[in-house]
Design a binder for this molecule. Sequence first.
Ligand code: HEM
Ligand SMILES: [Ca+2]
Length: 640
Amino acid sequence: MHEDIARENDYKTTCTGCVGQSGYRAQGGKVTEIKRTARPMQDFVATTLLFLIKYASGNLDEMMPNLPNQEPSSVECPGSFTCNTDDTDRYRTANGACNNLINPSLGMSFTPQARFIPPMYSDGDAPRDYLDMPSARLVSNKLFDAKNTTIFSTIHTVQFMAHGQFLAHDVAATPGEGADLDCCDPTNALKKDCYVIPVPDDDPFFKSITCLNFVRSSAADKSCMTGQREQINDVTSFIDGSMVYGSTEEQMSNLRDTQGGLLKMSPSGLLPENPYGECRKILPEHHCHLAGDSRVDEIPHLGMNHLLLVRQHNAIAKKLQEINPNWSNEIVFQETRKIIIALIQHITYNEYLPIMLGKKAMNRHSLRIRRRRRNPFNYQYDQDLDPRIRNSFATAALRIGHTLVVPSLAYLSGEYGTLYRENLDDNFFSTHMILKDDGNHTDNIARWLTHEQCMKADRFFQPEVRNKLFKMEGTSHDLAARNIQRGRDHGLPDYNTWRQFCGLIPIKFCDDPIVDHDKESSDKIKELYRHESHIDLYAGAISETAKEGSLLGPTFQCIFIRQFQALKNGDRHWYERRRGKAGFTRDQLNSIKSMRLSKLFCDNFNLSKIQPNVFLKRNKKVCCKDFPSLNLELWKDMSQ
Ligand code: HEM
Ligand SMILES: [Ca+2]
């Protein structure tokens, strides 16, 4: 299948004149061999286990010990503070504070996530779990098992999947305490944070284990809330490039170079080293990456997106400094950061969302980016709109991206032939494919990202994430089951309650098939759940038939629309705002709006041609030199 893809032939298009320029502890479960491990296996297991446990329970800040947390956990409950209204307000704060001037902590890092509808916990704040609800692993086996069928999307590229994860890490990071807790150890069974996933006796993959480790997400400090248990967001809710720049002042300053408004990079033009990072180092010369988000090394396609934006930041900063020699390090940095954030917002709303959500829904809900050259501004800022990430979005809807995850990664040659391929599960937390030969293969990975297809958006997960997630000696995890279990942990209301919230008819088991589902998924849902009111949001919504022109069924579409409206209309610094000196000029904004993600790939990797919309496979590739460039001369400061 992969070879077929690699052989697909738009690479044959000649492009004359194009110059390349631009926890479950091992209890005798199936032992999976890990190849290419230069370090002793014990080391590998120890580091991977630690990372896995922290990552899987969202305890990420600990993994950036060189990036001290500016905010102690008490900031979950922010006190009152004053916001600057002077000239410094033209730039976003690092932690997102003071975006909303009425309620300055809205969207700030280390504060509670918001909700569209109140949570439904079982008993006080215990997970939404009833006696006869199916195990999350059973739901995964029945509903999410691709059964060795590998159905690639015919339309979307791997980069479409990768952008989703990059975006997810801009807006959400849910932490968990007790991260190194082994809840499958019977002596820990009664610990309050433990909420293990039982493995069915006849499990087709986990043959000799009965439990998958799972630790609950941390609860926000209740003293600042009147309601029930809420989860925290460690990163800024806004689409503000926090995965590139960090979500606190300290993180940001640690990522910055001392001059020219630049971000730190390694001597060979890769992401800088994080000496405290906990990735797997397959070769002694390999290192972990330092980025604004500590999940950067979770999988190479993510690290590549970080690299792309850091390179782009430095390219813009150098040019701005050249054009404005009098600008200070700080001004060059902040002006560049503002442009990078604008590009991320523009790409997300102009290229990514129309595919995910569908153009019709974008139009109907005023989410479309308008291209009126004479007046490109957007006047929809609503200070009463809560910009925060909603629990249902991070814990369920945006995780639709997990079904797009591909089983392998590859290096593709300039002619788009496969040079080398590795399994996805050999790449969790490893930077080796990026760092190989001093980073000489990053262009080959960029070709893979932009040329090959991701999986079809359906309810099926590849075994690499459904059975072998974070595999290590004798044990691994199931991402689909974790999504289900996390929803219960967070007290996400059941699927029918969400349908009602969205104005949709609740499903009834007496209907055949149940509304908005095909016969097969309808049968599976009826088989799994005893009551209509038990269905997990993730299970019910992901198996819905997608709306025409969208990859989402009606329930996830409804959550996406509301979340992306909040992220746009609730963001005072949104890139299209007309805000005098604090915003962009009309010409600057038009130049930003002429940019596409493909152009960023062209400029920062050695590609000679690419599809105009890099998320779409069937878009014919065109020469990189034919894309418009960002006109940075428009940033020439006449007052200097
Ligand atoms: C190989 C690719 C990926 C891997 C290995 C991965 C893995 C994970 C893991 C382990 C979690 C935490 C699960 C839990 O315990 O609750 C998670 C959370 C999440 N993932 Fe992924 N993921 C991948 C790709 C994606 C993609 C493509 C998207 C979206 C398009 C996405 C969106 C999310 C979101 C929104 C969360 C919740 C973040 C939070 O609140 O902390 N992921 N992912
Ligand atoms: Ca953010």
